[in-house]
Write a protein that binds this ligand. Sequence first.
Ligand SMILES: [Zn+2]
Length: 334
Amino acid sequence: MYVTGGLGARHDGEAFGDNYELPNLTAYNETCAAIGGVMWAERMFRLFGEADFYNLLERMLYNAVLPGISLDGTCFFYPNPLESDGEYKFNQSHLTRAGWFDCSCCPTNLIRFLPSLPGLIYHTEDDTVYVNLFAGNEAKLSLNGKEIFIKQITNYPLDGNITMEISPEKKTNFTLKIRIPDWATNRFPSELYRYENEIPYSYKILLNGETVNYIENKGYIEISRKWEKDDRITLEFPVAVRQISAHSLVKDDEGKIALSYGALVYCMEEIDNPNVFDKRLDASDFRIHLNETKLGGMNEIIAANGANTWNLIPYYTWSNRGVGKMKVWLEKEQ
Ligand SMILES: [Zn+2]
């Protein structure tokens, strides 16, 4: 698995390669495989009820499925490489996204998948409601024949602040389980990668403005109580720039780091970095800049060391400004 959650290293045979074979320029990572990965993770969650399957699902959703479609919704990637030299025509003989292919599985698969997203946000089982994804939404759930309305207000994944209104039709006892995203912890949900910079593990959760009793279980914040109309949870996961390194057996990523911010993996495009694209990253200062007009509105990572500045964008937004060089894994000054 690539750090984006992408699956399938080889174009030849649309195949997994050898163990730890994860080339970046020639990665296959078919968009359809990412959609398959999301479906697999959701079913594994249903079997085991563990948050890690949703940590993977979220990674795949934002970083392996979403890059498959252009920001204007009209063009598609079939393979999703983690690097482009601006010359190798990785996308079925195209250098950027295309409107259609001879075998057009990926565009049609995306068009089938995206409307199914609402069904991935919540799950219910017995007297438990799981909140697995964070997104602005209003939902009506049925728990043991009782209706429960949930509303989320959030800019996630731009930040980690979520407000949830929980309104059962009548006062009802049930357990609410809210996923703790792996990026807010120091543990990557796979041994293939690890977070290099540790962050203080802390989040804030309030119920109706006051502290609330909860436990952590299988990667979830678990609150059991009698809920009533207009109960309101506010949740703050601190978001920081994370430096990620790969397992030493992944030779293509040796001596390199990838950057992420919250749920999003980042990349560097030549268009933003003409003078430093081929320079080793030796930044010690990482800042976030909310750019509401660039690429549909997103947080840029600005990495600086005084003399040089690198600008990184979320990987899903790459190749929306013409053909050019791009890389996710950055050579790092040792
Ligand atoms: Zn496909």
